[in-house]
Design a protein around this ligand. Structure first.
Ligand SMILES: Cc1cc2nc3c(=O)[nH]c(=O)nc-3n(C[C@H](O)[C@H](O)[C@H](O)COP(=O)(O)OP(=O)(O)OC[C@H]3O[C@@H](n4cnc5c(N)ncnc54)[C@H](O)[C@@H]3O)c2cc1C
Length: 399
């Protein structure tokens, strides 16, 4: 039997969320999510950040005691839907505090660490980066060599990280370091919260062919961290580090998105020839588009089911590996199909002959290639699915 009480509660919340958004989201920002990728900002964007930060709705399911929204996952989904409806966006998604570090601090942090680090993340006052990958440690992360040595007063850190997203703008780094080089590869690793504001840490942005530098090489030369910088216990950082990756994958499943405003078949109808019945005339394109729309729908429904089954359980488990691969597949296929549908208009990089949406699609298509690499590549997710979900024999130590 349907739980009418729960439905009523959600409809009440939907009305509350819509009213709050109407009063606080500056209408001039509708659809301008791209403006929110860093902390710099004035006027409307600064106002929006302050309002949502104080309300706690940039971290809707985080505990209210630290300033989070205190919402259930279902309420958070409703909030995301209401935001999508009016082109609102989460302006505090810069850096990795909200998606990865904060949830991991909630899982493993001491009371002091929670009280110190969570409120500034919730209010969008600090930026975090994640220092995992090294030149010799990517998928095989446990090969990492950056060392932290106990100097009596705290830790001295030496080594190099790479692909550290946003390190050049970050205040803090959640870092995996080797604290016992004599232990086995997956042991002797610790998770450390490192203050980036010290001259012993140098960030060198890696320039991409398109000019942007989203990530850095990060060098630690006698960098320092206090004794209580450990998140979780000494030498069991592998466990903490895996949990952070589960949170990262959970943030890449599309769960925080309220859905696309314009369906791809609607976009297609503005670009390609239609038959007498108003359908896309090219049967092959129509078939592939239909398959994609079905995949997207199935992904959305599976996501909703996974969230309902989780019932607020904060442990993301291994299901995000399935959902991350599925979200990647849906997003990359949508981008490929959109470019194909645009035809020549899907070849632009700049210029007045292209619309903003066309240019953004090209950049999104290129940027979207990274989805199957970061947070653990698609092949690594397949390894996790086969080992940890399907229980198939272990043939790798790298996940
Ligand atoms: C946009 C972007 C942002 C990133 N941000 C960060 C960040 O902020 N912090 C950070 O620490 N890192 C970051 N990374 C690095 C990312 O985590 C690594 O690139 C990723 O883990 C893969 O490691 P690798 O590049 O060394 O590739 P490799 O590990 O060398 O893999 C190369 C290929 O081999 C495959 N492969 C490797 N091992 C296996 C296996 N056991 N079974 C099957 N196939 C395998 C991989 O799937 C891949 O296709 C970022 C990467 C990108 C693209």
């Amino acid at each position: 039997m349907a739980d009418f009480g729960a439905d009523v509660e959600l409809e009440d919340f939907r009305a509350e969320a819509a009213a709050w958004l109407k009063a606080n989201f500056p209408a001039a920002l509708a659809g301008k999510a791209a403006m929110s990728t860093d902390r710099a900002g004035t006027g409307d964007i600064a106002k929006w950040r302050k309002a949502i930060g104080e309300k706690g709705w940039a971290t809707p399911t985080w505990p209210a005691e630290y300033g989070g929204g205190g919402l259930s996952p279902a309420q958070a989904r409703v909030l995301a839907q209401e935001m999508a409806k009016i082109g609102a966006f989460n302006p505090l998604m810069f850096g990795m505090g909200v998606t990865m570090i904060g949830p991991t601090i909630m899982d493993y942090g001491t009371d002091v660490q929670k009280k110190t680090h969570l409120p500034p993340i919730i209010r969008g006052e600090v930026q975090w980066c994640v220092g995992y990958s090294e030149p010799g440690a990517g998928s095989d992360l446990a090969s990492l060599q950056t060392k932290a040595v106990d100097n009596g007063n705290g830790w001295t850190i030496n080594g190099q990280k790479t692909w550290t997203s946003g390190a050049q703008y970050s205040d803090w780094c959640g870092c995996l370091v080797r604290t016992d080089p004599s232990a086995k590869k997956h042991d002797g690793i610790s998770f450390m919260l490192i203050d980036m504001h010290q001259k012993e840490i140098e960030t060198r942005p890696i320039a991409l062919i398109a000019g942007a530098s989203p990530f850095c090489e990060t060098f630690f030369t006698d960098a320092k961290a206090p004794k209580d910088a450990l998140l979780g216990q000494l030498n069991v950082g592998w466990t903490v580090g895996k949990r952070l990756l589960q949170h990262e994958r959970a943030s890449q499943t599309g769960a925080s998105m309220g859905g696309r405003a314009v369906s791809l078949d609607q976009i297609a109808k503005n670009y390609v020839e239609l038959d007498a019945g108003g359908r896309i005339a090219d049967l092959d394109l129509r078939t592939r588009l239909t398959r994609h729309l079905m995949d997207a729908k199935v992904h959305g429904l599976t996501l909703a089911r996974a969230m309902a089954e989780a019932k607020g359980n904060a442990d993301p488990g291994n299901a995000p590996s399935v959902l991350k691969n599925s979200a990647t597949n849906v997003a990359q296929t949508r981008a490929e199909l959109t470019l194909e549908i645009f035809g020549h208009q899907g070849l632009g990089w700049e210029g007045a002959e292209f619309t903003r949406e066309e240019l953004e699609t090209v950049r999104g298509w290129l940027g979207g290639k990274a989805m199957s690499i970061y947070g653990g590549s698609s092949e690594i997710q397949n390894n996790i699915i086969s080992k940890r979900i399907l229980g198939l024999p272990d043939n790798t130590q790298s996940t």
